[in-house]
Design a protein around this ligand. Structure first.
Ligand code: SF4
Length: 481
């Protein structure tokens, strides 16, 4: 028997998922910290002999089987490279990419697969069950499957889910079950059907670390946006143009509106008010802060109303990137071409985070949503300012580093408090990050790639209460007192 330690991590993960065990469950069975399981599955740490025996027993296999040299294709491996940015920037309806866009896509596909159905049943689990009402998941499912009736069950009790956003779809013809499918809403509006391996997506980028991309661009004399345009091919500039138009429209529409946001929290729309206010002693800085916040509130409020926005990288964090770019275009007159190049570079950073960590609040908390958006905005702004690749990296790294550990705890599961205000704060942080990096990049010690992996590990260590379940943090506050 030849032992192959490099394959063991993927095999441990595959067997754990096949047995519907979470990382926490497996850690408990072995009596070791949860982070040790994460390290083993990532290939960053190997079990001791004693742990290997316990692992084999917990996973109902043998040590030989667990560590055998890989000779088949049954173990899902992380596919190298990255998907197109068209899978990151998506134009759609809010308020949540994982809770509305993902389920909408799943229901559309399932409905097309079941033309004989005359009724549906959908069971929502995990975060989809716990914050689905606030995020309007039930409404979007009913609307997508209509006119056929659909019974929706919120199962908040089942644990040990293979993914925090899990849903079961059942198609019936009267009492006969025609088809059943389990779907995971994996963030940013993307979905995966059970049985479909992770990474079956089309990866058009060969490289998937900032380090490799930067080295390649420097060698070829390319800017990051040129690398993106070259990889995505013709038509991508037009796609970004459409994205930018939708972002601008969301800001403009949000600035026009007044009233109360839906959902029952009685939150007032504030974008228009902020835009029209004037500070008693308004300096150029206070004016800039006020306008940027107004743009952020505009997009956040549009999202909370279920209006059209662009995931950047998600619905909840959709305000950060547009507000920074919108402000720059208004103030300094950057052309749409220049803005599209900035969107390409910002998108590249979002794609790296999506590929190597997560952009899902249910998986890794708000650091994965607003933290990622802040890094994208910082990189985009640094691109707009024509900073070097090293400074673009440093801008994004500062931006995400200071969101590490940020929890997802929306009150009543609505993407309103703290989400909307948080977008405004993150935009200011993105601007600060670019300012800092333009002075300090020669002295830094930590790479963007390392911070992205740290964000992933931090997210996995967060209690589920802080990962879009509305069971902890701010979500526990009573706002009616
Ligand atoms: S707290 Fe952050 S991650 Fe959670 S719903 Fe709000 S914006 Fe999304």
């Amino acid at each position: 028997m030849t032992f192959d330690l490099s394959c063991a991590g993927a095999r441990i993960k595959a067997l754990r998922l096949a047995r519907s065990l979470t990382e926490e469950d497996l850690a408990k069975k072995l009596g070791i910290p949860h982070c040790d399981i994460v390290a083993m599955e990532d290939g960053a740490g190997m079990p001791t002999l004693e742990q290997a025996l316990a692992l084999a027993s917990a996973l109902d296999t043998t040590v030989d089987e667990l560590f055998r040299k890989q000779d088949d294709a049954t173990v899902p491996q992380k596919q190298p490279g990255m998907e197109s940015l068209t899978e990151l920037y998506k134009i759609g309806s809010g308020p949540s990419s994982s809770h509305t866009m993902g389920p909408e896509k799943a229901c559309n596909l399932f409905r097309n697969q079941t033309p004989e159905a005359n009724r549906y049943e959908v069971i929502l689990y995990g975060s989809l069950a716990k914050t689905g009402k606030g995020h309007c998941t039930d409404q979007v499912i009913e609307k997508t499957l209509s006119p056929l009736p659909c019974k929706i069950i919120f199962d908040t009790a089942t644990e040990n889910l293979p993914h925090p956003n899990t849903m079961d779809l059942m198609a019936y013809n009267n009492e006969t079950l025609l088809k059943k499918a389990r779907v995971f809403s994996v963030g940013g509006g993307a979905i995966r059907f059970e049985g479909e391996a992770e990474g079956e997506q089309k990866h058009i980028y060969a490289l998937d670390t900032f380090n490799d991309i930067a080295r390649y661009c420097k060698k070829e004399g390319l800017r990051l946006w040129e690398y993106v345009y070259n990889t995505e091919g013709s038509g991508f500039r037009d796609y970004l143009s459409t994205v930018w138009r939708a972002m601008r429209q969301a800001v403009a529409a949000g600035l026009e509106e007044e009233g109360i946001l839906p959902g029952g929290l009685n939150v007032h729309k504030k974008a228009r008010h902020l835009f029209n206010l004037q500070h008693v002693d308004e300096t150029a800085e206070t004016k800039a802060n006020r306008l940027i916040a107004a743009y952020a509130f505009a997009v956040g409020e549009q999202n909370a109303c279920g209006c059209r926005i662009v995931t950047a990288p998600t619905c909840g964090a959709a305000g950060v990137l547009p507000e920074v770019l919108y402000y720059q275009q208004k103030k300094n007159g950057y052309t749409d071409d220049e803005i599209c190049r900035a969107l390409a570079t910002g998108g590249l950073i979002g794609n790296l985070i999506k590929t190597n960590a997560s952009i899902s609040g249910a998986e890794c908390g708000c650091q994965a949503e607003v933290g990622s958006a802040c890094a994208m905005a910082a990189a985009a702004l640094a691109e707009l300012f024509d900073l070097s690749i090293d400074k673009i990296e440093y801008s994004a790294e500062i931006a995400i580093e200071h969101h590490l550990g940020l929890t997802c705890d929306p009150i009543c599961g609505l993407v309103q408090i703290p989400c909307i205000e948080r977008n405004a704060v993150a935009a200011m942080r993105a601007i600060n990050a670019v300012n800092l990096s333009s002075f300090l990049s020669d002295t830094r010690k930590i790479s963007l790639d390392k911070v992205i992996l740290t964000m992933r590990d931090t997210g996995r260590d967060l209690s589920h209460r802080y990962r879009e379940t509305s069971e902890g943090g701010l979500a526990k506050l009573s706002i009616y007192e």
